[in-house]
Design a binder for this molecule. Structure first.
Ligand code: HEC
Ligand code: HEC
Length: 255
């Protein structure tokens, strides 16, 4: 969208997506949510996991920009609705506001959900717009750096208890089921690299990917508890996205 005008306000290097999102309107987004049948998979008001995750609550652990890119480039089973950027902005405004204490306007300042831990305690206000978030992606987070608090209330469908996943069990499951395609330590092989994935997505997103894989990734018919463990393991691979050789940094999960 080269034609987008830069607001030229406080955020010097604002991305075009962020700029597009600034015009998102939650009321229009609600209408679009109904028109496009999003509720069939996400429940009325995004409140129930059906074929997709519950959306109420996700704003605590993801960014508007990430939601935008999910809707723009969804993966099966979520269909591509071929929506305009303006329509996606409206939908993101609506989905973002489904999480108590969140609005698109407030969340647009937060570059990475990692910086929103304090903000959540502050009732969703982004008090931390100035600082740390850019660098924080390179700093090794603990397991579930952001999502643990966020998901206590926010049901993620079958993965409601995902923060209890055990990374060492997940590592064993990974070695026997996944490593052949995703490489040792998630370094990538026939399947994509998993190192660093957790920096930009939530554990439940990872879990849904495993539960409802896109071919050629097979459905391995794992239990939800096993998937929780795998997601916990994959979170540890996100700890050192800049240092792909050291996926198991820290010697195991901390919680
Ligand atoms: C056929 C089922 C289906 C429909 C219809 C659907 N989705 Fe989804 N959606 C999913 C699934 C499954 C996911 C899980 C994430 C993934 O695997 O990409 C998802 C993920 C998402 C996410 C990311 C959730 C997260 O955890 O960050 C958003 C936002 C979203 N959908 C919004 C929408 C909107 C808005 C619509 C309507 C325009 C819609 N979806 C319609 C199935 C669906
Ligand atoms: C037969 C090879 C194969 C096996 C086995 C396999 N995967 Fe995959 N996986 C893939 C491929 C290929 C993709 C990319 C699919 C796509 O284009 O969406 C993928 C995608 C993923 C993704 C999403 C990555 C992303 O960046 O979107 C996750 C997470 C994942 N796999 C985890 C696992 C886990 C955990 C296991 C073991 C339980 C596993 N995979 C087993 C081939 C495999």
């Amino acid at each position: 969208m080269g034609g987008m005008s830069m607001p030229g306000m406080s955020m010097g290097q604002e991305s075009p997506v962020t700029t597009a999102l600034r015009s998102g309107d939650a009321t229009r987004g609600q209408a679009l949510f109904d028109v496009h049948g999003c509720a069939a998979c996400h429940g009325a008001g995004g409140a129930t996991a059906i074929e997709g995750p519950k959306l109420a609550g996700i704003a605590a652990s993801t960014t508007p920009e990430t939601m935008y890119s999910y809707i723009k480039n969804p993966r099966a089973p979520m269909p591509d609705f071929h929506l305009s950027d303006a329509d996606i902005a409206d939908l993101v405004a609506y989905v973002d506001a489904l999480t108590p204490g969140h609005t698109l306007a407030a969340d647009l300042g937060a570059e990475h959900p990692g910086s929103s831990t304090d903000a959540m305690k502050m009732g969703g206000m982004n008090m931390d717009g100035s600082g740390t978030s850019g660098e924080s992606m390179a700093v090794a987070p603990t397991v579930y750096p952001l999502d643990q608090a966020a998901q206590t209330e926010a049901a993620q469908g079958p993965f409601l208890g995902i923060e209890t996943g055990d990374a060492s069990s997940g590592a064993a499951l990974y070695a026997s089921n996944c490593q052949s395609c995703h490489g040792a330590g998630g370094a990538g092989a026939d399947g994509p690299k998993l190192i660093g994935l957790a920096v930009s997505v939530t554990p439940s997103w990872i879990a849904w990917r495993i539960k409802q894989p896109t071919p050629p990734m097979p459905d391995l018919h794992l239990s939800n508890a096993q998937i929780d463990d795998l997601a916990a393991f994959i979170e540890t691979l996100g700890a050192t996205p800049q240092h792909a050789g050291a996926p198991m940094a820290g010697g195991g999960p901390k919680r």
